[in-house]
Design a protein around this ligand. Structure first.
Ligand code: AHR
Length: 496
């Protein structure tokens, strides 16, 4: 019997809604086909954006979207993506399949997408192959509300009003695809480029420096150390990238049809996020004990082999209950580190890597990962509660069987999100909520076999269902609850 405790009287930190963000790159069928089909498409759309996808993202209360990359960002020249579509410059997407990028989705389209979804805009600038002037002019184009060459150009292109750029990334993976720089060099480059990311008017742009690319084998704390030491005071946020790759980068494994061993290896590797956030956070604490600089985990998720028969450069993979477990546990980790983690963006929104949505022509399916984001959206803007769990260790990797986080929203409701990582064993749980006399208001669960997934033939094979059988009783000032979590499940219980 696992013992679970939640302290309703011990509120820790606000959970930034942006922890539940997404990342959408010009990669494979994410932007084109997945999000943007063009105004003339037979697929229902508003100003070119797929209506089904926009509606699904609205239902997630998607707080923020990062664009245009990724590696694509450091080869993207924003002026190619404005003005008349027919005359926009075509380019080769060298990173992702060598396909022609026709630039029909550019700044105006991205801002229109954010407007339709109702989310904040996180734009990633080009440091690797772009100039300071180019970056400065992009900021001016998007945000300046006055008389200037870029503001006039924006007006001529049909948008006299400036947009709000909430977050701006100064380069992406500049230790790799963004220019192969060393940390000392990038720290100086960052200081220079960010100088020209001007704040026009009252709005403040949250500036994000490129952070460490990490893996279990090379957690890369040195990058964070050097950036914080040399450029910490010039940034609002520092990014961190971590992908869960079960196996080897050169010999990736399949998204479906895996065995129990690979299932546990995947979870073992994804749980490493906790150590990464903790230890990169400790490095940041040395230079920023007040935690002013946010940790921005703007790329995370599973990375498997592509689906058979698809373009290897498109990174299209299926998404199973295993991915739901990765999503549920990773989001719990971010919640628990809400004092430092300011934003996170799963890679990626549609048809790429650990996608929340898959499309095939006019068809769309929601993945198990989508359902976890939907179940967890109650944590957005809530306050993290102190909580702890005594649980068994399972598999040869000794991962915890259960993992959780809990928050209280502004109406006093308590939300507990709990994952049972065992592929085969259910888990009885005894929960004590200290200092709250509450009952179950709502409970939902996502469960199945580890390999269960949705397909275009059956899009509802994995779906949340009501979670029943929770017993509660008030004991003095506390509430006691007991329930059994089925194997391979993610549950959300709301108490009121
Ligand atoms: O998300 C796919 C790629 O992974 C991104 O373009 C890059 O930043 C990372 O290496």
């Amino acid at each position: 019997m696992a013992k679970y405790g939640i302290r309703a009287d011990k509120k820790l930190y606000p959970i930034h809604p942006e922890i539940y963000g997404n990342f959408s790159e010009h990669l494979g069928r994410c932007i084109y086909e997945g999000i943007y089909v063009g105004e003339d498409s037979p697929i229902p759309n508003v100003n070119g954006m797929r209506t089904d996808v926009v509606e699904a993202l609205k239902k997630l209360s998607l707080p923020v979207l990062r664009w245009p990359g990724g590696c694509f960002a450091d080869e993207y020249h924003w002026k190619d993506g404005i003005g008349e579509k027919a005359t926009r410059k075509k380019m080769v997407n060298t990173h992702w399949g060598g396909v022609v990028e026709d630039n029909s989705f550019g700044t105006h389209e991205f801002m229109e997408l954010c407007r339709q979804v109702g989310c904040k805009a996180y734009i990633n600038g080009n440091v690797g192959s772009g100039t300071v002037q180019e970056m400065a002019e992009w900021i001016e184009y998007m945000t300046f509300d006055g008389v200037s060459p870029m503001a006039e150009l924006r007006a001529r292109n049909g948008h006299p009003e400036p947009w709000k750029v909430d977050f701006f990334g100064v380069g992406n993976e500049n230790w790799g695809c963004g220019g192969n720089m060393r940390p000392e060099y990038y720290a100086d480059v960052y200081r220079r480029y960010q100088t020209y990311v001007r704040n026009f008017g009252k709005e403040r742009i949250y500036k994000i420096a490129c952070g460490a690319g990490t893996s279990m084998e090379t957690p890369n704390y040195e990058w964070t150390e050097t950036l914080m030491k040399n450029a910490g005071r010039y940034m609002n946020g520092l990014s961190l990238h971590y992908y869960t790759v079960p196996g080897d980068w050169k010999d990736k494994t399949s998204a479906t049809g895996f065995d129990e061993d690979l299932y546990y290896i995947t979870l073992y590797r994804s749980l490493f996020m906790d150590e990464l956030v903790t230890r990169h956070g400790t490095v940041m604490d040395r230079y920023d004990p007040e935690k002013r600089v946010g940790m921005i985990v703007d790329e995370w998720g599973t990375w498997y082999d592509v689906e058979p028969g698809t373009n290897p450069g498109f990174l299209y993979q299926q998404n199973t209950m295993r991915d739901a477990m990765v999503a549920g546990t990773t989001l719990n980790i971010f919640n628990k580190h809400a004092d430092r983690v300011r934003m996170a963006n799963i890679a990626q929104t549609v048809n790429v890597l650990q996608a929340v949505i898959l499309t095939d022509g006019a068809q769309m399916i929601l993945t198990p990962t989508y359902h976890v984001f939907e179940m967890y959206k109650v944590h957005q803007g809530a306050t993290l509660l102190d909580s702890c769990l005594e649980t068994d260790r399972i598999s040869q990797h000794a991962i915890p069987q259960l993992q959780e986080s809990a928050s209280m929203d502004d109406q006093g409701r308590i939300h507990a999100t709990i994952c049972n990582l065992s592929a085969t064993e259910s888990a009885p749980v005894e929960l004590t909520i200290q200092c709250a006399k509450v009952q179950v208001a709502e409970a939902v669960i996502l469960t199945g076999n580890m390999d269960d997934h949705n397909t275009f033939e059956n899009g509802t094979a994995v779906e949340p269902a009501p979670f029943t059988g929770i017993q509660t009783q008030v004991a003095g000032e506390n509430t006691l609850a007991s329930f059994t979590l089925p194997a391979c499940s993610v549950a959300r219980i709301t108490f009121q």
